[in-house]
Design a protein around this ligand. Structure first.
Ligand SMILES: Cc1cc2nc3c(=O)[nH]c(=O)nc-3n(C[C@H](O)[C@H](O)[C@H](O)COP(=O)(O)OP(=O)(O)OC[C@H]3O[C@@H](n4cnc5c(N)ncnc54)[C@H](O)[C@@H]3O)c2cc1C
Length: 391
């Protein structure tokens, strides 16, 4: 019998294309990126971007009429199961856009979405604040309505933390509380009143920073309102499913590579008169990791198939949380075991296992911590029913 995960010939071709791209365009630069704290010289970045566009990997989930590839959730997972094999977040260099931008007006799509997909602009997404992380109801950034010589507008004031790519973005999507409720605003990074107040180093070495950005009475007009006034929460729900699925599949990809490298190493390394793979102290953790990886992979593809089939979005939301929770926790277990299998080499930053061991840690934190995923799943058990969550 064939695998439960069956890709169409087109999806297989897409996955193979992504694998070639990873091997030729990303893996060769991992150690260089690591040694430089995540950054790469501009000519290498340009090369990666050009190759990604040529390989048809940019703007994966964005509609073709906006310059993207129009992938289904399953296509996306098949591609990211390859991209996530790279360390240092090198796939982040591929031109892409936050899906909330698809809620824009035709002018906003031309101005923000298309350039992101083409790789000529970068937009960050600023939700988290010092006192609003897991609990977005504590968001204190405000959008105060004004009528002045420019007409109707809003003054945005507040401070956002952990703004990924906030150091390079030309525009920030900022969640601010307007009279109508939390709303998404497109704030130019060079607008008066926008300042970076901190750009701290993080555990991983990533292409971009995650700075804290302060907004002081930054004036925006109606053209900078993204989606309906008060519409931030509904738009973000869509984003969460895609992002959580993305994180889960990156964890699956990392586990695959970790297992391949660890198995090859353990089969070739001899100590105490035997291959270390012949010691159960080494092989059993790898077997446990294989079980983790196989289970996570099935979950991820199941969520993608459900999303593609038009299943109840609330069930897909819960299942995406199950996948993110399980895959991220499993990948961290797996990376820890594989570092142990590599011994001292597993502690050297030029070893992929060491990098994954650090980099995978954030997958239990961002886009909703593991505890928040448990909350989502626990609520779904009661509201959607146990069968809907596990079957
Ligand atoms: C590298 C990185 C990049 C990021 N990029 C972005 C970005 O681009 N844009 C953005 O807006 N944000 C971003 N974030 C922020 C990220 O989404 C938050 O860090 C995350 O949601 C957790 O919020 P917090 O850090 O405030 O932790 P807190 O919410 O303060 O949580 C602290 C601890 O308490 C637990 N906890 C909190 N509430 C509950 C509860 N109800 N029940 C049980 N346990 C609970 C948490 O699970 C956690 O263990 C990024 C974070 C990192 C580390």
């Amino acid at each position: 019998m064939s695998s439960l995960v069956t890709l169409s010939p087109q999806q297989q071709e897409l996955a193979e294309r992504a694998r070639r791209f990873v091997e030729q365009e990303l893996l060769p630069y991992e150690v260089q990126a690591e040694r430089a704290g995540g950054r790469l010289p501009q000519e290498i970045v340009d090369g990666i971007r050009t190759a990604a566009v040529k390989a048809g990997l940019n703007g994966g989930r964005i509609a073709p009429e906006h310059g993207g590839q129009g992938w289904s959730a399953t296509d996306y997972v098949a591609v990211h199961e390859q991209l996530g094999r790279s360390t240092n977040g090198l796939w982040w260099w591929i031109p892409d856009a936050y899906n909330v931008l698809t809620a824009g007006t035709p002018e906003q799509i031309d101005r923000y979405l298309r350039p992101c997909v083409a790789g000529t602009a970068a937009v960050s997404y600023a939700v988290t604040e010092e006192h609003a992380g897991s609990d977005p109801s504590r968001i204190a950034t405000t959008a105060r309505r004004v009528v002045d010589e420019h007409g109707e507008g809003w003054l945005i004031s507040g401070e956002k933390w952990f703004v990924t790519s906030g150091d390079v973005a030309t525009t920030h999507v900022v969640v601010a509380v307007a009279e109508e409720g939390p709303t998404l605003f497109l704030v130019p990074a060079d607008a008066p009143g926008v300042e970076t107040v901190d750009d701290p180093p993080f555990t991983h070495s990533f292409p971009h920073g995650h700075p804290a950005i302060r907004f002081t009475d930054v004036r925006v007009g109606p053209a900078e309102v993204l989606g309906p006034l008060g519409g931030a929460d509904a738009l973000q729900q869509r984003w969460f499913v895609e992002e959580r699925l993305g994180i889960a599949v990156h964890c699956v990809a990392a586990m695959g590579r970790l297992l391949e490298e660890a198995t090859a190493w353990a089969a070739g390394r001899e100590q105490g008169g035997s291959r270390i793979l012949d010691y159960q102290g080494v092989s059993f953790p790898l077997a446990d990791s294989a079980a983790d990886a196989a289970a996570a992979r099935l979950l991820v593809y199941e969520v993608a198939a459900l999303a593609d089939s038009g299943a109840d979005p609330k069930v897909v939301h819960a299942k995406a949380s199950v996948a993110k929770l399980f895959a991220s926790e499993a990948a961290n277990r797996c990376a820890d075991r594989v570092v142990q299998v590599f011994g001292g080499r597993g502690y050297i930053r030029t070893t992929a296992a060491e990098r994954f061991w650090r980099e995978l840690r954030v997958d239990r934190i961002w886009e909703g911590t593991s505890e928040i995923q448990r909350l989502v799943v626990a609520r779904a058990l009661e509201r959607r029913g146990v069968r809907a969550v596990i079957a």
